[in-house]
Design a protein around this ligand. Structure first.
Ligand code: PMP
Length: 432
């Protein structure tokens, strides 16, 4: 087999090489997957030139679509000038990016450490919380996802993503504020917020009484697009304050406009002590970061370095990403478009036996599929995904049962394109 950059090898060759050379854990979507060769705006193109509307954005990464001309230009200019030095030498893009982040982060969060992935960001945040509090235990939510590293995976509360047979100790998972599937079998409106109380119970019963911090995703992404009720985060903040614990918001998936606010925690007016992020910020180049206050940052003074963290190319891409996001009012636009998408999805699924729920915030929307007469919810989800792909639309899939169709399109998507996608889904649902 030859290596060609010009002529696509095609899916069969790629599948064969994947099978032969990659670790088998690297899985892919679709029974009949296309080879993706290029992207522009909200579209991806395969080896045969077929066009797909990308409604998943590489899992919440391509917020400005594919190959955004201004980001591409910024990257190319930097690549031709200076690519890499590490942080032991002074370069300007990294500090400018930290300055810009301080301007958009909520509250007093003003100091940032850059790394290369969301997993690494969460590892760093856990270390920082330990340094600041002098404590080492953590709480996290069931159905949350925080990464693929040893600690990130141990913080993760989704069995699908917990491969490690001997996870890190000192982590207690508490029930998620999951109204559609309340772990306490209550209904929102008449419940007594057992999900908030469960945090204190866990601290008292399952820890030393002094955990360092609790990790949360403001909206659980891989958990199936779970939006906590309005009372949850204010209540959680009170409990954590009572035990002098830090609140670490993992905004890797929700950050930078995805939920209709710059950071998703702004939906509840609760300011975390540490925010972690990545994905969209890099304008499709690899990035991760954690940000905190002056006071907490002051506890981390011994040398810390991530070889590629804050590199000039990624920092330039991220600076351009933030500039365009704000200049084009994409965050506000996302809130409006999200409401349109959600109501259209509600309309087409109201009469549909296999759809139980439509939920989400901004352009982060989940459509939950349930078991049918002859197939399980997850089989039906796969069927819908495959047919949507054949019709030229890429959707995501999340949830503990892998049964939540997930919409996280680029924030630059047009309303007419969303309508087109919903129409295609409606046709497929009618055939089920
Ligand atoms: N946190 C969340 C909420 C995520 O969704 C992910 C990845 N899907 C991660 C952390 C890990 O990020 P990465 O894959 O960049 O390490």
């Amino acid at each position: 087999m030859t290596v060609s950059e010009d002529k696509p090898a095609g899916p069969d060759v790629i599948l064969q090489k994947k099978k032969q050379y990659l670790i088998p854990c690297v899985y892919h979507f679709y029974r009949d997957p296309p080879q993706i060769v290029s992207g522009k705006g909200v579209y991806l193109y395969d080896h045969k030139g077929k066009k797909y509307m990308d409604l998943y954005s590489g899992v919440s990464v391509n917020a400005l679509g594919h190959c955004h001309p201004e980001i591409t230009e910024a990257i190319c200019r930097q690549v031709k000038t200076l690519q890499h030095t590490t942080t032991i030498y002074l370069t300007e893009p990294m500090v400018n990016l930290a300055e810009q982040l301080a301007g958009v982060l909520p509250g007093d969060l003003c100091r940032t450490f850059f790394c290369c992935s969301g997993s690494e960001a969460n590892e760093g945040a856990a270390l920082l919380a330990t340094l600041y509090t002098g404590r080492s235990e953590f709480l996290a939510l069931q159905n949350g996802l925080h990464g693929r590293t040893k600690l990130g995976m141990s913080l993760t509360g989704l069995s699908f993503w917990r491969t490690d047979p001997s996870p890190v100790g000192g982590i207690t998972h508490v029930p998620s504020p999951n109204c559609p599937h309340c772990p306490f079998s209550q209904s929102y409106g008449s419940c007594r917020f057992e999900c908030v109380k469960a945090v204190e119970t866990a601290i008292q019963s399952s820890t030393s009484g002094k955990p360092a911090a609790m990790f949360i995703e403001p909206v659980q992404g891989n958990g199936g697009i779970i939006v906590p009720p309005p009372e949850y985060f204010p209540g959680l903040r009170k409990t954590l304050d009572k035990y002098n614990m830090l609140l670490i918001a993992d905004e890797v998936q929700t950050g930078f406009g995805r939920t209709g606010k710059m950071f998703a925690m702004e939906n509840w007016g609760v300011i975390p002590d540490i925010v972690t992020g990545g994905k969209a910020l890099g304008g499709a180049t690899p990035i991760g970061f954690f940000s905190t206050t002056d006071k907490i940052a002051a506890s981390y003074t011994r040398p810390g370095a991530s070889t590629f963290g804050g590199n000039p190319v990624t920092a330039r891409a991220a600076l351009k990403f933030l500039e365009v996001l704000q200049r084009d009012d994409l965050v506000e636009r996302c809130a409006k478009l999200g409401a349109v998408l959600r109501s259209r999805l509600e309309n087409i699924t109201r009469q549909c036996d296999v759809i139980a729920d439509v939920r989400g915030l901004g352009l982060m929307i989940g459509v939950e599929v349930v078991d049918g007469k002859d197939s399980t919810a997850s089989e039906i989800t796969d069927m819908i995904l495959e047919q949507m792909k054949d019709e030229g639309f890429f959707l995501g899939k999340t949830g503990p049962g892998r049964n939540v169709l997930t919409f996280m399109p680029p924030l630059i998507i047009k309303e007419s394109q969303l309508v087109e996608a919903v129409d295609a889904l409606e046709k497929i649902l009618q055939t089920l």
